[in-house]
Design a protein around this ligand. Structure first.
Ligand SMILES: [Zn+2]
Length: 292
């Protein structure tokens, strides 16, 4: 089954819902980055957020979620475009914390005392950056983000299950947003359903998107869009050539004479690109031509 994200309206178009199952995307991240379970839990949840928020964008806009707490994972960086094509990494993938009940403990992995930053590239002159304080609970931190930065009261729930073989059994999430035309009646209705979202990984495992919407809104909903989403990195040897060129001919000559080769690694997808001595010489020639 492909990973999908839907957008729906509910309660007579006063409520907007994003719902995602991105289990394959998260398994791809585990494979590429050798993630340990707590790293999977955090990167997977941030990936779910990025893909759902990506689908709030239009055209060739894109966003980056950057989280820098004081936990063992270090930084968490996830990029996503408006098609739900996502890529991301954590600084230290070999992290695992299990709590007393046997569940994964995001709080220690991600830490506190930092920020969740959302950087939007709407293909305008400047990037739009907004941030909220990190408390170590991603769902409530993003709930606060929507309220504070986008003035949209929201409910966020994220779920992920990692099995003993270190594969992701299920990953996904839901964002329920109150639109400006909602009244107190719809707001309290949504609040009354919040407890149904508490164990979201199990809900996602047992129910289809339609069944989840039915559980929340009976028949008062309409699915507007269904989109395939996936892991995708846009790096290439060409993009790495361009960044190597910026080192300039002098540094490139030093590397050529000392190391005779370059191996460039993409942080986002872990793809490796090799540059031979001849290819480095070609870069040096090009740099000289550009006067660098
Ligand atoms: Zn890459």
């Amino acid at each position: 089954m492909k990973d999908t994200c839907i957008k729906a309206l509910a309660l007579n178009e006063t409520i907007r819902v994003y719902l995602i199952n991105n289990t394959n995307t998260v398994n791809e991240e585990i494979k590429r980055h050798n993630l340990w379970p707590s790293a999977t839990s955090v990167l997977g949840k941030v990936t779910s957020m990025a893909q759902m928020m990506g689908l709030m964008l239009k055209g060739d806009a894109a966003l980056t979620i950057k989280i820098a707490g004081n936990g063992s994972l270090g930084k968490v960086i996830v990029d996503c475009n408006a098609k739900g094509e996502v890529r991301g990494y954590v600084d230290h993938p070999d992290v695992n914390f299990v709590n007393n009940s046997g569940g994964l403990n995001d709080y220690y992995a991600i830490g506190t005392d930092g920020l969740i930053e959302v950087i939007k590239d709407l293909k305008m002159k400047d990037l739009f950056t907004s941030s909220v304080k990190l408390t170590g609970n991603l769902a409530s931190d993003f709930t606060y983000y929507f309220f504070e930065s986008e003035q949209t009261p929201s409910l966020v729930s994220l779920g992920i299950l990692v099995n003993e073989n270190n594969n992701c059994d299920i990953s996904g999430g839901i964002i329920i947003q109150v639109l400006p035309n909602a009244t107190d009646k719809e707001i309290s209705y949504v609040e009354s359903k919040a407890n149904l979202l508490s164990n979201f990984s199990n809900t996602l495992k047992e129910k289809s998107f339609k069944e989840i919407l039915k559980m929340l809104f009976a028949d008062n909903f309409e699915i507007l869009e269904e989109n395939e989403v996936c892991f995708k990195c846009n790096c290439s040897k060409e993009t790495f050539s361009r960044s190597l060129l910026t080192l300039g001919s002098k540094t490139l000559t030093e590397i050529k004479n000392e190391d005779h080769q370059i191996e460039a690694v993409c942080h986002y997808c872990n793809n490796k690109y090799q540059f031979s001595e001849n290819e480095i010489q070609a870069l040096i020639d090009e740099a000289l031509k550009q006067g660098k």
